[in-house]
Design a protein around this ligand. Structure first.
Ligand SMILES: Nc1ncnc2c1ncn2[C@@H]1O[C@H](COP(=O)(O)OP(=O)(O)OP(=O)(O)O)[C@@H](O)[C@H]1O
Length: 267
């Protein structure tokens, strides 16, 4: 394992305890690293274990999930032996996550501005006034038009694409070192998908932040990432540079993913 990887998942295995004492294995010896500054993608079909791996990194795996082996190190710290209290500090400050369905991840009873400011205060210890100013600045930065007015609105008043931008602002406002994006554009209209992807590419270029993009679509990966981890059935099947994986995949499953992806349309 290399010292310049912000995230190191090493032999991580686990499953669900659906019946007491019996663990149905889901993740099997998952090992990969996310080099600091990279744009690493985790790709695979639905059910391959991508989201579960990311949730384990966040310390947010479902309550019935049990780790059976391995470790997850973030910035050199072993998360599998970190207390829940510490994990709360790590989430946000060290690692932020954007989920697929932004509107359901936002709290429906508070305005978007209120929620952004709360996250800012919790992680950066600034005054309420400063947090509100930062929240508006962040909404503007993720290209939400009329940020000041949007601050006062509730999540249901945001379209899917705008809600996804607000989620991105929420993840960015605590300035995490690693940003995990779980299918951030799935379910959005194609043109909105392209806008959100462009935004992610621009923010990455501006901040130099490390990103980990989870997707089933290798077409998206080709546009946004430099490294690829291919998962299937809870296992890592192949790891390589984006170029190598796309031009010369060694695993037949990766080849199938390439054929299924949007790249087929542009070839
Ligand atoms: N709460 C749960 N209880 C039992 N099994 C679960 C639970 N959550 C996920 N699983 C199982 O774990 C496996 C991995 O799921 P995961 O969500 O990580 O896949 P994924 O690759 O991210 O797919 P998707 O893109 O559909 O989210 C799946 O087989 C799923 O059925």
């Amino acid at each position: 394992m290399s010292a310049d990887s912000i995230l190191e998942v090493d032999g991580f295995s686990g499953g669900f305890e659906n019946r007491p004492g019996v663990i149905d294995a889901v993740l099997e010896h998952v090992s990969f690293a996310v080099p600091t500054g990279s744009s690493t993608a985790i790709v695979g079909e639905s059910g391959s274990g991508k989201s579960l791996t990311a949730l384990a990194v966040m310390g947010l795996a479902p309550s019935r999930f049990r780790r059976t082996a391995g470790s997850i190190r973030l910035g050199g710290r072993d998360l599998t032996s970190t207390s829940e209290h510490e994990l709360r500090r790590v989430r946000g400050r060290e690692v932020g996550m954007v989920f697929q369905d932004a509107r359901s991840a936002l709290n429906p009873v508070f305005t978007v501005g209120h929620q952004l400011a709360d996250v800012c205060r919790a992680h950066r210890g600034v005054s309420r006034r400063e947090a509100l100013r930062e929240a508006e600045h962040m909404l503007d930065r993720v290209r939400v038009p009329e940020a000041a007015r949007r601050m006062q609105q509730y999540p249901h008043e945001f379209s899917g694409g705008m809600a996804q931008r607000a989620m991105l602002a929420m993840a960015l406002i605590s300035r995490p070192r690693l940003l995990i994006l779980d299918e951030p554009t799935t379910g959005l209209d194609v043109t909105i998908q392209a806008d959100v992807l462009d935004l992610i590419i621009d923010i990455k270029a501006e901040t130099g932040m490390t990103t980990c993009l989870i997707t089933h679509d290798l077409g998206v990966v080709a546009e946004t990432c430099d490294r690829v981890v291919v998962m299937r059935g809870g296992e890592v099947r192949e790891i390589g540079s984006c170029e190598q994986i796309i031009s010369a995949p060694t695993d037949p499953y990766t080849r199938q993913l390439i054929d299924d992806s949007r790249m087929v349309e542009t070839r």
